[in-house]
Design a protein around this ligand. Structure first.
Ligand code: ZN
Length: 496
């Protein structure tokens, strides 16, 4: 019988916001799969869906599923739990026996309370088991912090090429494609790595119409060159406080004759980011000015509560927008989503159709941005069910907000959630009986993913400079570990 090529798959995928004081634990990981349970990812639009789709095309490949866990963005991961999860991943790899290749699915911005470069730590552990030469490839987020340790330990890697991220599947597929190429040819790609001392904004780096769009196009042209195996630009999300914080590009290539030209182009791509650095930080209005603008903007308006975005590590309990809406007394209907377990329980106690005085907000640690607000509200609806994202961003993902309660104060609808929950998908509103098309303002706790999810109903969108753990005002955050100087924290960082 023909010998099978054995490919181990697994990983730990989570993004950390270093400034959110609420630590993540094992319980934060809503996806927790061991061994054959990973096969439930077949047919999904996530990375592992793409990995399976590509590897399943190979008759002589045997997929050995190990351990895989995924969580939404949170504060740093408790290191005891991280070590336990890392050990579980390593144990599943050891149990796989002799394998020919390893494919990991990771984010790239996981930080524990003791380890700043968790992906590097995981790759180190994998290398100890499989040796220095075995092909090890990983898929990563556009916002990965691609460290020099990762460059050294990886055989190849691939990152999302879209922001908002809609190519999870394609990125998994590409990573598996690279691994198959490496396994079939025996090539060991050389690596080109460049980085700049810059914190990239999330507010103006989408791949649709921001200054990043042509840069991503240029990157894709480079990645498509014959002789290039893999790689990407890795911009790091801005709320990660780690020593190597940067924007980087890493290219894995096999054509030695092209090495200099690939190197020059990779450096040129990063230089273009550097040259445009100020354009990634355009002016953004405060909430009062934003609500004034909303009066005349095409409806519905997706109003981005930029400082408190859960998938950027915000706590999802900020009340700055609700407070301003109550004060502005607009003749436009609006909806806000707020994580608040106590008020949700109170709504359940009151029941649909009842009225009560609620003290909303401050789910996590109370600060300037999530002060509790007292409102007299009617309870319209209760819903304990998880919901499935309609997409396109994260289509099929199951959100588990726990119990939700829909309240109404005048023309303001408030969706209370028992758990912190991402809210960029229309399903959040629709499953509570709200039709987004009939609303004037939809307060959005998302940086970009709402753009694709609301494209069919949205009249316009507006970013608001609100406070919170994902604030755009990076200078107000207590960066302690990251290299200095770095743009835009330090004025002196004008020249490379
Ligand atoms: Zn990202």
């Amino acid at each position: 019988m023909e010998k099978k090529i054995k490919v181990f798959i697994g990983g730990i995928l989570m993004e950390v916001n270093s400034f959110n004081p609420v630590l993540a634990t094992k319980e934060t990981f809503r996806t927790w799969l061991e061994g054959s349970e990973l096969e439930s990812m077949r047919g999904t639009s996530l990375e592992l869906g793409g990995v399976y789709a590509r590897l399943d095309q190979e008759a002589d490949v045997e997929i050995v599923p190990g351990f895989f866990a995924q969580a939404c963005t949170s504060g740093p991961l408790d290191d005891r739990d991280f070590q336990e999860m890392a050990a579980q991943l390593f144990e599943s790899l050891r149990a796989a026996g002799a394998v020919d290749g390893v494919l990991l699915v990771m984010h790239g911005a996981l930080q524990s309370t003791a380890v700043d470069d968790c992906e590097g730590f995981l790759l180190e552990g994998v290398r100890e088991i499989v040796g220095e030469d075995l092909p090890v490839c990983t898929s990563l987020d556009f916002h990965a912090m691609f460290t020099e340790k990762m460059v050294r330990l990886l055989t190849s890697a691939s990152g999302y090429q879209t922001y908002p991220h809609v190519d999870h599947y394609e990125t998994g597929y590409r990573t598996a494609e690279q691994l198959m190429h490496i396994l079939r040819t025996g090539v060991r790609p050389y690596k080109i790595y460049h980085e700049i001392p810059m914190i990239m904004s999330c507010e103006n780096s989408n791949t649709i119409d921001s200054p990043m769009a042509p840069i991503m196009h240029r990157t894709q042209v480079l990645l498509a060159q014959p002789g290039v195996v893999g790689g990407s630009v890795f911009l790091t999300q801005p709320w990660l406080d780690v020593p190597e914080l940067n924007c980087s590009i890493c290219i894995f290539a096999e054509d030695e004759e092209q090495r200099d030209s690939f190197d020059q182009e990779a450096a040129g791509i990063l230089n273009e980011i550097w040259e445009k650095r100020e354009q990634f930080y355009p002016p953004m209005p405060q909430i009062q000015e934003a609500l004034e603008r909303c009066r005349t903007m095409p409806k519905p308006i997706c109003l981005v509560d930029y400082g408190d975005v859960p998938n950027a590590g915000g706590s999802g309990d900020g009340t700055a927008v609700l407070q301003a809406l109550l004060e502005a007394n607009l003749d436009i209907s609006s909806a806000v989503v707020i994580a608040d377990r106590e008020s949700t329980e109170q709504a359940v106690h009151i029941g649909a159709g009842g009225h009560g005085t609620f003290s909303i907000g401050g789910f996590g640690k109370c600060g300037e941005f999530n002060q509790r607000i007292s409102v007299d509200a009617e309870v319209l609806r209760l819903n304990p069910e998880p919901f499935v994202h309609l997409g396109p961003a994260m289509k099929g993902f199951i959100s588990r907000p726990g119990m939700r309660a829909l309240l109404r104060v005048g023309n303001i609808y408030i969706i209370l959630c028992e758990n912190v929950c991402i809210s960029h998908d229309q399903a959040m509103l629709r499953t509570m009986g709200l039709d987004p098309a009939e609303l004037g303002i939809i307060s959005m706790r998302a940086t970009h993913s709402f753009m694709s999810c609301y494209a069919d109903v949205m009249g316009s969108w507006l970013y608001v400079d609100t406070p919170g753990y994902s604030t755009r005002n990076l200078k107000t955050l207590p960066f302690r570990k990251c290299r200095r100087p770095i743009y835009p924290l330090d004025e002196s960082c004008g020249d490379q």
